[in-house]
Ligand binder design. Structure first.
Ligand SMILES: [Ca+2]
Length: 257
């Protein structure tokens, strides 16, 4: 019975997706047995619709980058390697931009809200990462080296800048040094790894930068360019060691709506 239920669920997801392609906006709910799976209506540019049995949600296709909002409402690009440091910023989901790192959950939440969005819940984030037919990695259950930016084969950038040993990892100033993510072979532009995606068309959920969720206890998910296994494999990678004001060269975000 369980296998049948799963098959129905996946089938409904395909139907909803097909309707979306035709209609652009939303779709009539699809009922499978006791469950009704429906897609969200009107996901904005740069977001993907994720159908669920509670109405669905939208998620940014790309890791978040930032623009600074200036007096008078004009904006300018905020450097991905610079801390937010009290600036008024707004989240952007755009292919080809290096995603923001050095950002806390508190700052990421404000940036999403300034864009009319919010941080994703842990459950939303994981569902979007695993794809329509849930898999350990966005593209399948078996890891393909190099498909996402998480192999960690380069010398650790902290060791490159500050030498070996554990001490730099406990030093917030060193962990937020803007030079780190400007080193070669650290973070990629969003969407640059064209096969690091899934059946929803969402990119870089595993690797590149960690992504804050809305967990009030402080959680970020997916791993980063040096590691996608230590705290769980792929979409299950979950870091709970840091509070909501913490940030370093590896912490980024993505918004939902
Ligand atoms: Ca990521």
């Amino acid at each position: 019975m369980r296998a049948v239920a799963v098959k129905q669920s996946v089938s409904a997801g395909v139907i909803v997706s097909g309707l979306l392609a035709v209609m652009s906006l939303g779709a009539a709910p699809v009922t499978t047995g006791a469950r009704t799976i429906s897609a969200p209506k009107g996901c904005s540019a740069g977001m993907a619709p994720i159908p669920t049995d509670s109405g669905g949600f939208c998620i940014d296709r790309y890791e978040g980058s930032l623009v600074e909002v200036l007096a008078g409402g004009k904006t300018r690009t905020h450097p991905f390697y610079a801390e937010v440091d009290g600036k008024k910023v707004r989240a952007v989901s755009k292919r080809g931009r290096k995603p923001q790192a050095y950002i806390s959950q508190v700052e990421a939440k404000a940036a999403c809200e300034a864009a009319g969005k919010r941080l994703c819940s842990n459950e939303e984030w994981t569902k979007a990462c695993q794809g329509k037919k849930p898999t350990k990695y966005p593209y399948g259950d078996v890891e393909v080296p190099g498909r996402c930016n998480g192999d960690g084969t380069r010398l650790h950038p902290i060791a490159e800048l500050f030498g070996a040993g554990p001490a730099p990892f406990g030093d917030p100033r060193k962990m937020n040094d803007p030079r780190i993510d400007q080193l070669p072979n650290t973070i990629d532009k969003s969407g640059a790894r064209t096969k690091c995606t899934n059946s929803y068309g969402v990119y870089d959920m595993v690797g590149n930068v960690h992504e804050w969720t809305d967990d009030p206890g402080g959680t970020f998910k997916g791993g980063y360019f040096m590691d996608t296994h230590r705290n769980g494999d792929g979409c299950n990678y979950t870091t709970v060691a840091h509070g909501t004001s913490y940030h370093d060269y590896s912490t980024g975000f993505r918004c939902c709506k």
